[in-house]
Each structure stands twice: as C-alpha cells, then as structure tokens.
Design a protein around this ligand. Structure first.
Ligand SMILES: C[S@@+](CC[C@H](N)C(=O)[O-])C[C@H]1O[C@@H](n2cnc3c(N)ncnc32)[C@H](O)[C@@H]1O
Length: 365
C-alpha cells in the first residue's frame, strides 16, 4: 500500500483505528441529541424522585412511556451512562445520578442548580439548524448566503435577536436558559468568591435577561440595589410579581446605561463585534463612578485562560464556533479583551479565572 496516500499510516490496524476515531466525531451529535432526549423526557428528575437510582422498567413506569419502548430506553441509557451522565450498578441494573445529571434535575427542593433549560435552549432546532448549512454560508455562492452576515441569518432569514423576539417559544426557552445560568453562576460566586461584589451599594445587570443573576445577587446581598437593563419585550415578559426586588429598566445598552456602582455584563460582549463592544463599554463607563468601587464586571470566556486542559480548551473552541454560526462575534483571548477595554477608555482590568472555562474580568474606569 502507498503509505503517503493515507497520511503516513502504514498498517491496517492504524487505518481502522483512524476510521473509528472519525466515526466518533461523525456521531458526536448523537450524544448531544441523546442528552436532549433525556432532558425532554425528564430522566434525571425521574431518577432523583426514585430515590437516586432506577432500573429501566422503573424509568419506563415513572415516565409513563409505553412498555414497548423499554429496550430502546435501555440503549439510550447505556450511551448516556458511558458518556458520564449516569452511573450504572451492574448488580441492581440501576442507573444513578452523577455530578453531570445532578445539574439536570429540576424537582423543587433538589438543590436548585437546574441547568436543564440551558441544555434544551442550546440544543433547540433554532440554534442547531444553521450548523447544517455552514459550508453553503462559507461558499456564499447563492444570494441568500452571500447576503447573510452569519449562518443563523441565512437559515432563518433574520438575525438571532429578531428570532428571539418574534418566536415566543424559542425566546422564552432562551431567556430561561440565561436565567438558570445566572442563578447557577451567582450561587457559585456568592458561596466561594463573594469579593467579586465587594463595596457595592448598587449594581445594574446590563442585558440581564429575565433577571436570574440580578435576583440571586439581590437575595445574597440585600443592601445592594439591583436593576436590570433589557430590551422592552424582555422586560415586558417578566411578571411584576416575579421580579424579586429587582428594578427592570427597558432600554438599549448602546444608548444609555443607568447609573450604578458596578455594571454587570454577563455573556453580553461575546455576542458583539469589537466596535460594538467598545460602544457598549463606553456607555457602561459613563454609568459608574470613576473612583472607589466603580467597575464593570464582565463574565465571559477568556480563550486560553483556563488551566492547560485539553478538554477545557476544546469546550472554549466549541463555544467559539457555535457563536460564529449564531451571532458571528468571537470568543476572545486576553490580548483581544485588552484592546477593547483600552479602546473604550478604561485604565485597567483584572482577570479572575474562577468560573471554570469562563472568567470574571473586573474592568476599572
Ligand atoms: C446572551 S444573553 C445574556 C443574558 C444574561 N446576561 C445572562 O448571561 O444570563 C444577551 C442579553 O442581551 C439582551 N440584549 C440584546 N440587545 C440589547 C440591547 N441593545 N440593550 C439591552 N439588552 C440587550 C438580550 O435580550 C439578552 O437577554
């Protein structure tokens, strides 16, 4: 065999090993979709309600599935257990929760760290479908793809924010995803890194969605006056009775940011290009005091900032390409962040890598 034709692979064993690796990547979406199925069916919750472990027949009964589906559920559970979502006890043939699936339990009183809305929104067809036609967008040979700024716009004929506004079901799913992450991250910060909120009497969460983070901050620090600046349709979707002491202000962060000791920008800047980020940051700088504790608190990815861990880097790069498809803007490394902070007139910043693959960046006026 001509080894050069196969990238230097010599033996049949090497070739089939490479083929198996290729298959793993080809079918990786099956893992994501099996996860989506498990969350939609409520499998983590059913295991939790069953005392933390359940067999397949017990799951079929708990989920009210037709008994004929049991053999198929067994296969789904085998993959999910292999992927780390469930443990498997051979003797009892029972599936148990793992740290991963505990994050997907939504029963009240189960610990309150339910990230299932995030999994459902990110695996929603509105977000996943543009990735089916990435190559067409790159080629840009037809009018639709040539005119589209990003693959999402080509697939849906509108940009992400227009779809989130007009498609009520998707918009609500997206807001729920952001809110559950806001609660989750704030709980971690309040518990282990509360210095992030030191010295504040007021905080405005710019683009704070339905207020998941702001409500959690207000609950943990009752002396901090918390508000959310959001687009009018998002503010209108939050019932007054569910605002948890947080003031909601309808507006546009490119125009004006209400005054506060600190501005929180959580998962905002990664959705905009550099020039837009500088415009948002200038409005934020105008909103905070130039001395004492005045600061902008950015929560976002800093590519390369996590410990040298191949999987963490891969997750950051997965985020980057997902963002490329949906809104276009990049996940940034430290050099790219520094440039936009400087261009917006800030005097300094500090990156605190305490949120797994995300960081808190304190930016000083
Ligand atoms: C990726 S989400 C982040 C939500 C929230 N900060 C979080 O991390 O959970 C971006 C948010 O920015 C809001 N947004 C978009 N454009 C905006 C604008 N011009 N002014 C204010 N908010 C805006 C969206 O409605 C959305 O809730």
């Amino acid at each position: 065999m001509d080894a050069s034709r196969n990238g230097g692979l010599e033996t049949g064993a090497e070739l089939v090993q490479a083929q198996a690796e290729l298959w793993n990547h080809v079918f990786a979406y099956t893992r994501s979709m099996s996860l989506r199925c498990a969350v939609e069916l409520g499998i983590p919750d059913a295991v939790h309600r069953h005392g933390g472990a359940a067999t397949v027949p017990e799951l079929v009964a708990a989920l009210s599935l037709p008994p004929s589906r049991a053999p198929y559920l067994r296969r789904l559970m085998r993959l999910l257990a292999h992927a780390g979502f469930f443990s498997f006890d051979d003797a009892a043939a029972g599936y148990g929760l793992t740290p991963l699936s505990r994050l997907l339990v939504c029963s009240p009183g189960a610990g309150g760290q339910d990230l299932s809305p995030f999994a459902l929104a990110m695996l929603h067809p509105v977000i996943v479908s543009p990735s089916m036609s990435l190559a067409s967008w790159f080629r840009a040979t037809d009018a639709r793809n040539a005119a589209a700024r990003v693959p999402f716009d080509a697939a849906h004929g509108r940009d992400f924010w227009a779809v989130a506004k007009d498609d009520r079901e998707f918009g609500a799913a997206f807001n729920d995803a952001m809110a559950c992450d806001g609660r989750f991250v704030t709980d971690v910060l309040v518990r282990d890194h509360s210095y992030v909120f030191r010295g504040l009497a007021s905080l405005v969460d710019v683009g704070g969605g339905s207020g998941g983070a702001a409500r959690a901050i207000a609950a943990a620090f009752p002396h901090v006056r918390c508000s959310v600046l959001e687009l009018p349709h998002v503010v209108a979707s939050v019932p007054p009775g569910e605002r948890g002491g947080v003031e909601f202000v309808a507006g546009d962060m490119f125009e004006h940011v209400p005054k506060a000791d600190a501005v929180l920008l959580k998962w905002i800047l990664h959705g905009w290009d550099d020039e837009e980020c500088v415009r948002i940051l200038r409005r934020c700088r105008e909103a905070i005091p130039t001395k004492d504790s005045g600061r902008v608190i950015v929560m976002d990815l800093v590519v390369g900032s996590s410990p040298a861990d191949e999987r963490a880097t891969e997750t950051q790069l997965l985020w980057d390409v997902m963002m490329m498809g949906v809104v276009g803007s990049p996940e940034r490394d430290e050099r790219e962040w520094r440039k936009i902070f400087e261009d917006a007139g800030f005097s300094g910043y500090k990156i605190v890598a305490v949120l797994g693959i995300r960081s808190v960046i304190e930016v000083y006026p």
